[in-house]
Design a protein around this ligand. Structure first.
Ligand SMILES: [Zn+2]
Length: 432
């Protein structure tokens, strides 16, 4: 009998997703429909963004795209190829077993928008303004700069080792995205089949988010039983909380299996609309995974909303919703400080619904330390730790291949791999 093994934390989106989403940001900025607020710190590496800018220019858009490009450099082709790669690599590590992949969506649209803080209600809708800003020249300059960066960047991080990356498709893709408001494209999108997955729901549609969601769902349809995706929720996206609570995402052949949060991008876990999500997920046996790392995207630890992902904000949620399973992903991430890791450990010990994962622990020595410090000393973790690769973000460090990543986990966790790849994920996902 074959054995199911889960990669409970990975991403299969592509650069095309990121470019389309950045394009939607520019289109809505131009119309005055984007709730723009320049983040006080940490968007670019030198943290100079001092909150005074009226709007982003080409350089800021370019920097955003380059950060995404670097993060996604091993996943440039298509969702389908990324999934195949993950499948193949797990089969190499565990011949004869059946991979089950949990790809997490991400919602990057509101990265330079007004944040939604603890206790705050949804952002007020913005009316289209008459004095439009011309974003087209800024967009083109940003794309040109990105194209140059790609041409010069012959040695991709993700291209090292066992992941050969072909960048030849990227430049034509950027070319296709040059016109911000392409009437033919809009018509095509509007006239698209109502059978297109994301069109079944009434939420604020942006190009990248819908593109990725639709690709993901068609893969779920064509790979029954092997994909368990999580839908990204940022409560600033108009209509998304209602869409989740309608239940439509979680039924049928093409469906999601849980909710993914990225509080670090500016949606506080204790903002008012989020409680409807917790309520719904608890009532319907749906787990939540949230990015719980001091670093992440954007990479700077000085990033304005980094603290939104602090595990302490989730304690009252675990308490109030004892049937809601929450994965504190990355267990605080590989920061030098142990504060967030210790906080997550305490939550796992105190609440039966708290889970965590060691995804993106690419340094074998650090992984071994995590094992002795936390696993060996805390029996409750044995039931609550999940395995994840964090593909393709794990390549960002430039020091691993998929094979070495698996090898290091097998070496450190040895006979415990079945627990973290099978028993615990199955219990967490609630699919037995
Ligand atoms: Zn991740």
């Amino acid at each position: 009998m074959s054995y199911y093994r889960y990669d409970t934390h990975c991403h299969i989106f592509t650069l095309e997703y990121a470019v389309k989403e950045a394009k939607s940001i520019c289109i809505e900025l131009a119309k005055g429909k984007y709730p723009f607020q320049w983040p006080s710190s940490g968007l670019s590496e030198d943290s100079r963004n001092a909150g005074t800018k009226g709007r982003p220019g080409w350089r800021e858009i370019y920097e955003l795209l380059v950060q995404l490009y670097e993060l996604l450099s091993a996943a440039l082709t298509s969702e389908k190829e990324n999934l195949q790669f993950l499948d193949e690599e797990m089969k190499k590590a565990y011949p004869g077993d059946d991979p089950r992949i949990v790809p997490l969506m991400m919602d990057i649209f509101y990265i330079i928008a007004r944040p939604l803080d603890a206790g705050e209600d949804a952002l007020p809708a913005l009316r289209t303004v008459s004095d439009r800003i011309d974003m087209q020249p800024e967009w083109e300059k940003a794309l040109d700069a990105l194209a140059n960066h790609i041409r010069e960047d012959r040695v991709l991080r993700g291209g090292a080792g066992n992941r050969a990356v072909d960048t030849s498709e990227l430049l034509p893709m950027l070319e296709r995205e040059r016109v911000l408001e392409d009437e033919a494209e809009e018509k095509r999108l509007l006239g698209a089949e109502p059978s297109v997955y994301s069109r079944r729901f009434d939420f604020h549609r942006t190009k990248g988010y819908c593109f990725h969601m639709d690709n993901l769902m068609s893969l779920v349809g064509s790979n029954p039983g092997s994909l368990y995706p999580f839908v990204a929720v940022d409560a600033r996206r108009d209509g998304i909380v209602d869409a989740v609570c309608s239940g439509g995402f979680f039924t049928g052949k093409e469906r999601f299996y849980g909710v993914k949060l990225y509080p670090r991008l500016g949606c506080h876990p204790l903002s008012k609309p989020m409680f409807r999500i917790y309520e719904y997920c608890q009532a319907n046996n749906l787990p939540i995974i949230f990015h719980c790392g001091m670093g992440g995207f954007p990479p700077s630890e000085k990033w304005a909303y980094a603290d939104y992902g602090n595990p302490v904000h989730f304690e009252s949620i675990l308490q109030k919703y004892p049937g809601l399973r929450i994965d504190f992903a990355h267990m605080g991430s590989s920061s030098s400080s142990m504060a967030w890791k210790d906080a997550v450990m305490a939550l796992v010990n105190n609440y039966d619904n708290a889970y965590t994962d060691f995804s993106c622990y690419t340094d074998p020595d650090e992984l071994a330390r995590m094992k002795t410090t936390y696993w060996d000393a805390n029996p409750k973790l044995h039931e609550r730790l999940l395995f994840g690769t964090d593909f393709d973000v794990m390549y960002f460090t430039g020091r691993v291949t998929m094979q070495s990543y698996y090898d290091s986990f097998k070496k450190v966790f040895n006979g415990e791999m079945d627990r973290i790849m099978h028993d615990n994920p199955a219990r967490f996902l609630g699919i037995g």
